[in-house]
Design a protein around this ligand. Structure first.
Ligand code: FE
Length: 229
């Protein structure tokens, strides 16, 4: 398996490239529009064919590169049924599997940060791409975009039911952490040290966060697969 964790320092976004080493087919998760040229260069240098591009949710803090990558490579863009978008090539739902050569990514519907948040689980290699549902020592805010602390608590419980050694690859990190495991998060993530759902809701409601600076631009653009006017 070929794997790259790519970083956008403007939005602190992690983008993931996964490919089947044998078939050379690849998928990119959460691409950033301003980085598309570098993804294309990397695909070329590694001799990979991009077959899919997808997003864990409609982002509020950066514009997706999915539309640009589809235009440049002819790959299929995937979004969730819950995203409400109409521009994607195809749509997935809870428990659907995205097959990339021999790689199988299971789509886990994990609403909370947004009502369309998904995680992608690669069981064979024990990798979990958590988007903004579970961050390293944190969790995605739930105070806009139909977010719900109650839903997120239940989504986090669902993730914690996966094997403890599962490696966590989050959608962002602001401190330079690159990866974790479910066991590590269960023990050390402050958002997971709550007794029950009510305590989690209280914790999330006590956060006083400013809106992301790109929100007014990014959300409408991302509903159009990253196409800006
Ligand atoms: Fe987000």
């Amino acid at each position: 398996m070929i794997f790259r964790q790519l970083f956008d320092e403007d939005s602190y976004t992690y983008t993931y490239l996964l490919a089947d080493a044998l078939s050379r087919e690849a998928i990119i998760i959460d691409p950033v529009n301003s980085r598309v040229e570098s993804y294309l260069q990397l695909l070329k240098e590694l001799g990979l064919t991009l077959v899919y591009v997808t997003d864990t949710h409609v982002h509020a803090d950066h514009i997706t590169g999915s539309g640009l990558l589809r235009d440049a490579t002819g790959c299929k863009s995937l979004m969730s049924e819950q995203s409400g978008t109409r521009c994607a090539s195809a749509y997935f739902n809870d428990n659907d599997v995205i097959q990339v050569g021999a790689l199988r990514l299971q789509c886990l519907y994990t609403p909370g940060h947004t009502s369309d948040s998904y995680c992608f689980y690669e069981e064979k290699h024990g990798m979990l791409f958590t988007g903004d549902t579970l961050l390293i020592r944190g969790s995605g805010r739930t105070d806009f975009q139909s977010g719900s602390a109650s839903s997120q608590y239940r989504s986090l419980q669902r993730l914690l039911s996966l094997p403890a050694k599962t490696v966590v690859y989050a959608g962002h990190d602001y401190k330079g952490w690159t990866m974790s495991t479910l066991a590590e998060e269960k023990q050390h993530n402050p958002r997971l040290q709550v007794a029950d759902e009510a305590e989690y809701i209280e914790l999330m409601n006590s956060l006083k966060l400013a809106d992301p600076k790109m929100m007014d631009v990014a959300v409408p653009a991302n509903q159009q697969c990253g196409k800006t006017q």
